[in-house]
Design a protein around this ligand. Structure first.
Ligand code: ADP
Length: 490
C-alpha cells in the first residue's frame, strides 16, 4: 500500500516527468523559432525604414537642386530683362512643389515637419516675390526695385537651401542610426542562433538520456522479468522501490508472481489430493466389505473363545474397527453431498451432536464440561454438519483433557452463521496448524487424521470456511463460517 506522500510522488510519476521534459524541449524550439522570427522581422523593418530615409535624402537633395534651378530662371529673367524664361520658371516652380510634397512624406518627426512647412512657405514667398515684384520691375526696367527684390528672393532661397540641407543631414543621421540598429539586431540574432544551435541538441540529448533511464530501462527490465516468468521461473522478482508507475507496475508484477506461485502450488496440491482421494476411495470401497466380514467373524469367534485366544481376537476386532474407521473416513472424503439443502437449526444441531458424544461416554471419561450458547440457522445438510460439529467437539474434549472445558458458540447473522468451538487444551503447535486439515495428519495414537480433512470438505461443500487458531491464554479455537444458503446444490 502506498502512503499519502508516495501516492503524491506516484502522481508526479514518469508520465508527468516525461510530459514536462518534452514540453521543455518543444518550448525551447518554440522560443528559438520565435526569437529568430522576431529578429528577422525587426531587421526587415529596419531595412525598410533605411530605404525610406535614403529615398528622403535623395528627394531632399533633388529639392535643393530644383530650388537652385527655380532661382536660376529668376536670375535669367533679371539678366535678360524680359519674361522669356517665365514658362521655364513655371515648370521649375511646379517641380519644386512636387518634390516638397514628396519630402513631406519622409518627414516623420515634429522638427522635420516644421522644416518642410518652412520650405513650403518660403517657396510660396519666392513665387510671390518673383511674379509679383521682380517680373513687373524687370519689365519696367526699374533696376533699383529689381535689386532690392532680388535680395529678398536670395534670402528666401538661402532659407529653403538651409531647410533642405537640415533634412538631408537628419535623414542621413537616421540612416546611420538604423544601420547601427540593424547591425546590433544581426549580432543579437547571430548570438541567439549560436546559443540554440549548441543548447537545443544538448537539451535533446539530456531528454533522450532521461527517457532511456526512466522508460526504456524499466521497460526492458519488466520485459526480461516477463520472459523469465514465461519460461516458468515463478521466483522472478523485481527489486525496486521507485515511486513511479514502473515501481507500481513492478510491485504488482511481484504480487502477481507470488499469487501465481501460490495458486500453482495449491493447484498441484489439490490435484495431488484429488488423485490420492480417487485412489483411496477406490481402495476403501473394495476393502470395506472384507473388513466387515473380518469384523463379523472376529466377534463371533471371540464369543466362543476364552483366555489368551479371546484377548488376541479382541486385538483383531479393535484393529479391524480402526481400519474400518479409516475406510469410512476415506469414503466420506470422496463422497459428494447428494441431497438438497434444508433449513438447519445450528443450536439444535450442536446440542444433538454433543448428546451423541455423551452416548460414547467419552466426555464423562475425560471429565470435560461442554457448554453450548447462542443460536443460528442456515440452509444445509444436517447430518454432515452434525458430523463436523461432533468431530470438532470430540477433538476439543480430547485436547482439553481432565477437568477441561469446551465452549460451543453459535452466532447467527442475516448472511449466514458461525459456529465457534473453543477449548482449554494446550492449543496448536506451529507444525500442527500448518497440517491440521491435511488427510492422515494426527498426533494421537489411535487417531486416523481424517476428521478435520473430512470436516473441511463438508464445510467447503456448503460454500463455507473453516479455520483454527491458538488462543493467547492457551487452548484452541476452531471457527466454521457458513453462508445462509450454500451456492448451488450441496
Ligand atoms: P484425529 O482426531 O484422528 O487425530 P483430526 O483430523 O480430527 O484427526 O485431527 C488431526 C490433529 O489435529 C489431531 O491429531 C490433533 O493433533 C490436532 N487437533 C485437532 N483438534 C485439536 C484441538 N482442539 N487442540 C489441539 N490439537 C488439535
Amino acid at each position: 500500500m502506498l502512503n499519502g506522500f508516495d501516492q503524491m510522488r506516484t502522481t508526479f510519476g514518469t508520465a508527468k516527468r516525461l510530459f514536462i521534459a518534452f514540453t521543455l524541449l518543444v518550448s525551447t524550439f518554440a522560443v528559438a523559432s520565435y526569437l529568430t522570427l522576431a529578429h528577422v522581422r525587426q531587421i526587415h523593418d529596419g531595412l525598410l525604414q533605411m530605404k525610406d530615409h535614403e529615398e528622403g535624402v535623395r528627394v531632399a537633395l533633388e529639392l535643393a537642386s530644383a530650388v537652385r534651378d527655380q532661382y536660376a530662371h529668376q536670375a535669367h529673367t533679371i539678366i535678360l530683362g524680359n519674361d522669356s524664361h517665365l514658362p521655364l520658371y513655371t515648370d521649375a516652380e511646379r517641380h519644386v512643389t512636387t518634390l516638397t510634397a514628396r519630402v513631406r512624406k519622409h518627414a516623420l518627426r515634429a522638427d522635420e515637419r516644421a522644416w518642410v512647412a518652412d520650405i513650403e512657405r518660403a517657396t510660396g514667398d519666392l513665387d510671390r516675390i518673383f511674379r509679383g515684384q521682380i517680373v513687373p520691375a524687370v519689365l519696367r526696367h526699374d533696376v533699383a526695385d529689381v535689386q532690392s527684390e532680388h535680395g529678398r528672393a536670395q534670402a528666401v532661397v538661402t532659407l529653403i537651401q538651409d531647410r533642405a540641407d537640415r533634412l538631408v543631414d537628419r535623414f542621413e543621421a537616421s540612416i546611420g542610426d538604423f544601420q547601427r540598429e540593424v547591425a546590433a539586431l544581426q549580432t543579437s540574432a547571430y548570438r541567439w542562433t549560436v546559443f540554440f544551435v549548441l543548447f537545443a541538441p544538448l537539451l535533446a540529448v539530456v531528454v533522450g538520456a532521461y527517457v532511456l533511464r526512466s522508460v526504456a530501462r524499466p521497460v526492458a527490465r519488466l520485459q526480461a522479468g516477463a520472459a523469465r516468468l514465461a519460461r516458468g521461473d515463478l521466483d522472478t522478482r523485481f527489486d525496486t522501490d521507485a515511486p513511479d508507475e514502473f515501481g507500481a507496475l513492478a510491485r504488482q508484477f511481484n504480487a502477481m508472481t507470488v499469487a501465481l506461485k501460490d495458486h500453482q502450488e495449491k493447484l498441484v496440491q489439490s490435484e495431488k489430493l484429488a488423485g490420492i482421494g480417487r485412489l483411496a476411495a477406490g481402495v476403501a470401497h473394495e476393502i470395506n466389505n472384507p473388513l466387515a466380514v473380518i469384523l463379523g467373524y472376529a466377534r463371533l469367534l471371540r464369543r466362543k473363545a476364552d483366555g489368551a485366544a479371546a484377548e488376541d481376537l479382541k486385538v483383531i476386532e479393535d484393529e479391524t474397527l480402526r481400519a474400518k474407521l479409516i475406510v469410512d473416513g476415506l469414503l466420506d472424503l470422496s463422497r459428494p453431498l447428494a441431497s438438497e439443502p434444508e433449513p438447519v437449526d445450528l443450536r439444535a444441531l450442536c446440542d444433538d451432536a454433543i448428546a451423541r458424544l455423551r452416548e460414547t461416554r467419552l466426555l464423562e471419561e475425560l471429565g470435560v464440561r461442554v457448554i453450548v450458547t447462542g443460536a443460528g440457522e442456515v440452509q444445509g445438510h444436517p447430518q454432515k454438519l452434525r458430523q463436523v460439529v461432533l468431530n470438532l467437539v470430540k477433538n476439543a474434549a480430547e485436547a482439553a483433557g481432565e477437568a477441561g472445558r469446551v465452549e460451543v458458540r453459535v452466532e447467527g447473522a442475516p448472511d449466514g452463521a458461525r459456529v465457534v468451538v473453543r477449548d482449554t487444551g494446550p492449543g496448536l503447535s506451529r507444525d500442527a496448524r500448518a497440517k491440521l486439515f491435511e488427510p492422515f495428519f494426527t498426533t494421537k495414537d489411535t487417531g486416523t487424521g481424517l476428521g478435520l480433512a473430512v470436516s473441511k470438505g463438508i464445510v467447503h461443500a456448503h460454500g463455507g470456511e473453516i479455520d483454527a487458531e491458538s488462543l493467547a491464554d492457551g487452548g484452541a479455537e476452531f471457527t466454521i463460517r457458513l453462508p445462509a444458503v450454500p451456492p448451488g446444490r450441496v
